[in-house]
Design a protein around this ligand. Structure first.
Ligand code: FE2
Ligand code: FE2
Length: 278
């Protein structure tokens, strides 16, 4: 049994832990996980991502508060996640509380922990899970080996046979910066767009963590350096710092949400408008 990617946050894993995270080989949930990635890697193309961006990027679909969005995640179990099999709303509080313990002075970072997966509400609006959850990767250029399951899952993706999109740089200039790269469509980019659209005042590092937290081939695999610029290199340690809480606070011990809610409502009020457009 092995974990596919070498993960710098392994150093932060709780000791005597008998659970192995991000196990894509023989986790009890592996069949479900692999099916989600096969569909994702077959259908996420440049064309598909552009369509989704124009559909969801307008943020004209719902109006609701952050807490209302969070409660929608009570109905969502992430089918790409080999680690947990409980609703995503608990994961939001677990991540935020992990950050609060280690970074009591950074309330915006704690809020990022709470919010980071809210984009998964897409799955409740009839988007298939392969267009919502899971690791992200750049479209419009060669699919790299650092993408989980990539050896077998891209063969039916039309972009993998495209004369430009199948090349190392594809449609991009060298070191163009990740902000200028089209990522596979999912909850990271959607929530980033929602927070920008609603003019939330979360610092840039926080928005960046949200936008790229699922880009494992980069922040954990060390890949795609040829597309990165100075800003990406500066932001990488923040994304990695976030990642260790996203991953290693996942336990079956569920947080007391009722007790925690007032604290986080204060943070939401500080950084976000009350009613947001989604
Ligand atoms: Fe996520
Ligand atoms: Fe997460």
């Amino acid at each position: 049994m092995k974990v596919i990617q070498l993960d710098p946050s392994l150093a932060y894993r709780p000791e005597n832990e008998n659970h192995q995270y991000r196990n894509y080989e023989d986790s009890p949930l592996v069949d479900r996980v692999k099916m989600t990635y096969t569909l994702m890697h077959t259908h996420q193309t440049v064309e598909f991502v552009k369509q989704k961006l124009s559909h969801w990027g307008s943020c004209m679909h719902r109006k609701m508060t952050v807490m209302e969005a969070l409660s929608l995640l009570d109905d969502l179990v992430d089918e790409s996640d080999p680690d947990v099999d409980f609703p995503n709303s608990f994961h939001a509080y677990q991540t935020a509380e992990g950050i609060r313990k280690m970074h009591p002075d950074k309330d915006w970072f704690q809020l990022v922990g709470l919010l980071h997966d809210l984009g998964k509400i897409l799955a409740l609006d009839n988007e298939p899970q392969w267009a919502v959850v899971g690791d992200t990767f750049p479209v419009g250029c060669k699919h790299q080996k650092s993408i989980v399951f990539s050896e077998t899952t891209f063969k039916d993706n039309p972009d993998a046979h495209h004369p430009v999109y199948s090349t190392q740089y594809g449609m991009y200039e060298p070191n163009c910066g990740l902000e200028n790269v089209l990522m596979s469509w999912g909850h990271d980019e959607y929530l980033y767009r929602v927070l920008k659209f609603n003019e939330c005042s979360i610092p840039e590092e926080g928005l960046y963590m949200i936008r790229f937290h699922s880009f494992y081939p980069w922040h954990t695999g060390g890949d795609y350096q040829h597309l990165c610029n100075e800003k990406d290199r500066k932001m990488l340690p923040w994304v990695q710092e976030f990642n260790k809480f996203d991953l290693y606070t996942k336990t079956e011990e569920l947080p007391d949400v009722e007790n925690l809610r007032p604290y986080y409502q204060n943070l939401i009020d500080k950084y976000c408008p009350r009613i947001m457009s989604w």
